[in-house]
Design a protein around this ligand. Sequence first.
Ligand SMILES: *Cc1c(COP(=O)(O)O)cnc(C)c1O
Length: 432
Amino acid sequence: MRYLSTRGTSIETGIVPALESGLAPDGGLYLPERLPEFAPGDFAGHHDPAAVCTHLLAPFFAESPLAGALPALCTEAFGQPLLLDRLRGAGDFVLELFHGPTAAFKDIGARFLAAALSTLRRPGDPMQTILVATSGDTGGAVAAAFHRRAGFRVVILYPRFGVSPRQAQQLGAFADNVQALSVNGTFDDCQRMAKAALGDANLRARLRLGTANSISLGRLLPQAAYYAWASLEHWRASGAPLSFVVPTGNLGNALAALLAKRMGLPIARIVLACNANDTLPRFFSGQPYAPQPSRATLANAMDVGAPSNFERLRALYPNDDAIRADLSAIAVEDDEIRGTLTTARARHGIEPCPHTACALNVLERLRSQGDVGAWCIVATAHPAKFPEIVEPAFGHAVAAPAALARLLEQPSRSWPMEPDLRALQTRLLAAT
Ligand SMILES: *Cc1c(COP(=O)(O)O)cnc(C)c1O
């Protein structure tokens, strides 16, 4: 399989360079030249998530140096339980993706990517720096995935006032080969700095720089596998396709759902649940695409005003109206998130994180509009990551899962930084 840049220039590459560089040389994002096509029956005998992932991703890795390692990579990515559960309402489901080391869905993609890059390393290769901008959960997942892997260091950029105290504690708790930089700016500043550093020829000449942001194909592709798995589970039990409501920020998770659908998995509809950062809901309501500065909300991992994967979405369709015909997006304001957190247990039988609450709120709206069919909300993080938000709404304390609890007990350290590329360059070069 060959990979092309979304910017439409003639850059074409294999999966390995696409995974290693993250961004195409023209500044675009990589997409496969075509999507393989599957029918549900093609997955006969592939039941657990790692097996579904291996079968789904085989065409993407065919004839690459990673082809033989693919089953091991999928086993590592899905080394955590994946749960598809019923909610209280008829036809309502939840897909829980937060049973990994940092209790957010990003663990799955990050572990796949880390395992892939580790597999590609040869003795004597220079150290590779993984640069990652985070609105909270990416940094932790990437740090956990690369923590103590020989030959790698992780540099995390996070907005000082844009992550929860518990997220900040977690980001600084890894130590060893992980450095957390607390940027005096927004997530968009962090993302811009990371992109600029990755595109800086001078820096790249002196450092082996890679990224593990949600633009990396190494995260996007394995994420398609949990949609494949969940839709197949549902298909096998009921013979009907499953629709998904996906909490959405940078559009990585939702794009993975779309890829699974376009590859022929039994997925009916995909609805994006956004927070008050309504760039996508505005676009889907018919307005031109207009990125905005990000705003702080209760669902902070979705505080994105310029979703980086939008470029991929556009590259997959002939025009904007075709995108609008296939997907939709709904904004959920903070007071609605609070309301849903408060009533979720009684109405649905779960206690969601604020991001998952956006999806639950959207599900309620779809049902109240008379939508029938099987709908699955995607639960992207464990509520214990956001105690200051969820505990007042639930009316009780939420215990952290064991892996997260261990991290929260570690001492935490971060380095302050201004939102300025020069400062980042200096730090990256100084600390090699
Ligand atoms: C990152 C994140 C999201 C948003 O996912 P995208 O792939 O950026 O759209 C939603 N919820 C949680 C908990 C996250 O960490």
